[in-house]
Design a protein around this ligand. Structure first.
Ligand code: UDP
Length: 251
């Protein structure tokens, strides 16, 4: 987050640079089961973000000393492709990707029933193909769908989005320009019941703004949850109703 730039006008006739209302999410597209060789997977587009998540497991832990006797461990690797951003990113892990991997794992772990799979590991890989601010929340949304797609038992889904502040106005789901030149950014992840599993903040809110921004982010999470649910129901309903292939045997 850079210092607020007063020269930038973030609004025109009450609408944002991309014509959204302040409390509107960017367009979202979610697809489950996109990778044949993963146990579960999901592709998500949230505005300009394009992110893919792959889940493997529960499977044997390597190295073995990481095994937990009473539960599965969860590993989460967030990676930003070098071509995903305007200024080419140096490939490989860095401080930012370690931090995002850690907080994203912690956002998902509370709902995963890890005690069902002692001595095993559930691996979540998140690859950012195109970034436009909000990649950690897009990654968490995709990972949550991919975990469900892998059949991992969970107490609930996790949905995530950010609220921010630009030009002294609170906005839902900031895009890159708003994230870069705005005054605050607050990614949130939560269960459909409103239990918060991730809350980070960059920049400054007053106490009232914080409450309003949190409510705004939670509203966004509820909308995203409906899309995640629809995507999974759509996929599995389709499998159930898909007619058996009729094979014609010719003499
Ligand atoms: N970004 C970038 N290069 C980098 C890291 C980030 O251009 O090496 C951009 C990218 O568009 C990202 C945005 O900055 O989405 C905001 O990054 P932040 O660390 O706030 O995480 P995010 O909002 O993506 O979760």
């Amino acid at each position: 987050m850079e210092e607020c730039n007063d020269n930038i006008s973030f609004f025109k006739e009450g609408l944002r640079l991309d014509s959204r209302r302040p409390d509107e999410l960017r367009p979202i597209k979610i697809e489950a089961g996109v990778l044949a060789r993963a146990d579960g997977s999901c592709y998500i587009e949230m505005g300009g973000n394009k992110v893919i998540a792959a889940v493997y497991g529960p499977r044997e832990v390597h190295p073995r000393h990481l095994q937990e006797v009473t539960r599965a461990i969860v590993r989460y690797r967030y990676n930003m492709a070098s071509f995903s951003v305007e200024e080419r990113k140096r490939p490989g892990p860095d401080r930012r990707s370690h931090e995002i991997s850690k907080v994203s794992r912690e956002a998902l772990e509370p709902v995963i029933l890890t005690s069902y799979f002692p001595r095993s590991v559930i691996d979540v890989f998140v690859e950012v193909l195109q970034a436009d601010a909000g990649t950690r929340t897009a990654g968490i949304n995709a990972a949550s769908v991919a975990l469900a797609d892998a059949g991992i038992p969970m107490k609930s889904m996790i949905s995530a989005c950010a609220a921010g502040k630009v030009g002294d106005t609170l906005v839902l789901d900031p895009m890159k320009e708003e994230d870069n030149f705005g005054q605050a950014d607050m990614p949130v992840a939560m269960t459909p019941n409103g239990d918060i599993t991730l809350l980070q903040m960059d920049g400054r809110f007053t106490k009232d703004e914080f409450s309003q921004a949190l409510e705004m982010a939670m509203k966004g999470c509820r909308e995203i949850y409906e899309l995640q649910r629809k995507c999974l129901i759509g996929k599995y309903a389709q499998l159930e109703t898909e007619p058996f292939l009729e094979v014609q045997v010719c003499d």
